[in-house]
Design a protein around this ligand. Structure first.
Ligand code: ADP
Length: 316
């Protein structure tokens, strides 16, 4: 019986646990022996590789984070440590890997594949939704729902106190979370790193809105914009004349009970990944777009930067 292992690498997302559960169940169904690699590529090097069974994944579908841990690994950047990882996999006769991670993690396995020929399939997993070649990354829907609940709660207090709330979302240099949240929460202002802005352009309109009875403003700003969130709050106080507060959502965006969409996508991504490996796909990433699921090369996924969908920008 062939063996297959699953690894989580880089930032964790909600949706990894449903993926791990389905990985075990689907591997067994396909006659494969499933293994967990604990703590990302660190665990590959340190031989934290353990055979998995149904009972390990019982009850985890409702939990955020990842049962098997995730990590960043400086050592995996070095060929000598990748050689140790290969010895560890060989000792257990594991020749196929499923990795949940971002483009950095895929680059790492690409190097590993070139040196040692270990077959792998990547599943895009990051709340930033910034991986080129896929419209959806695991974890994004849960993060968006958590942001939605936070904004809804903040709106209650903002309206009671006549305040402007500047709500900062994660995303590094990708404004996807901020953009979708602003559209779907009816925010008055949305600032993302991809779109140049000039706050002056909003001043007259916002002051007019207050005159006409507006009690509060919701501004959604992505962490990667040039100004920090407190500067935007200061602008509301100084130029618009409304008391202002900053709320940085931070790591709450990464956790939480996985949404139905993330559970379903986890199952679909894993099914395609395992099928692809069994069909002999050597090194690929399973991507999702309007066309459906497609295997893409590591070069395609890592060579370009993700661009915000311009169709969405027009709704701002
Ligand atoms: P993400 O997968 O979320 O983009 P990182 O960029 O932090 O996360 O990458 C995760 C891990 O992948 C790194 O800690 C490192 O171990 C490995 N990695 C990234 N790039 C390379 C590379 N060029 N060569 C080998 N390993 C890499």
């Amino acid at each position: 019986m062939s063996s297959i292992a699953i690894i989580c690498s880089g930032g964790d997302v909600s949706g990894m646990n449903p993926a791990i559960k389905h990985f075990v169940e689907y591997s067994l169904k396909k006659g494969l022996t499933p293994y967990f690699v604990y703590d990302g590529y660190e665990g590959l090097i340190d031989n934290k590789i353990v055979e998995a069974s149904y009972k390990d994944v019982s009850g985890i579908i409702i939990r955020g984070g990842t049962l098997i841990g995730s990590a960043r690994s400086k050592r995996f950047m070095q060929p000598e440590f990748r050689a140790i990882a290969k010895q560890n996999l060989d000792a257990l006769d594991i020749h196929m890997l499923v990795v949940l991670g971002g483009d950095g993690s895929f680059r790492g396995l690409h190097a590993f594949y070139k040196e040692h020929g270990v077959q792998f399939c990547g599943i895009p997993s990051t709340i930033d939704n910034d991986i080129h070649g896929t419209d959806y990354c695991l974890g994004v829907d849960t993060a968006l729902n958590i942001i939605k609940s936070s904004i809804d709660s903040i709106r209650d207090t903002a309206s009671s106190f006549r305040r402007a709330f500047v709500i900062e979302t994660m995303g590094r240099d990708c404004g996807y979370l901020a953009l979708i949240s602003a559209i779907t929460s009816g925010a008055e202002l949305c600032l993302v790193p991809e779109i140049a802005y000039d706050l002056k352009e909003y001043e007259e309109d916002f002051k007019e809105q207050i005159k006409n009875g507006r009690r509060y403003f919701i501004a959604i700003v992505s962490e990667g914009i040039e100004q920090d969130s407190q500067e935007i709050a200061n602008w509301f106080e100084e130029k618009i004349g409304i008391e202002s507060r900053v709320s940085i959502l931070g790591h709450i965006q990464r956790g939480g009970n996985p949404t139905i969409y993330d559970r379903l996508m986890a199952y679909k991504f894993v099914t395609h990944a395992i099928n692809g490996l069994l069909e002999g796909k050597e090194e690929s990433v399973i991507c999702y777009s309007k066309k459906g699921f497609e295997f893409k090369s590591i070069d395609e996924v890592t060579s370009s930067k993700y661009h915000l969908d311009l169709e969405l920008v027009q709704f701002l």
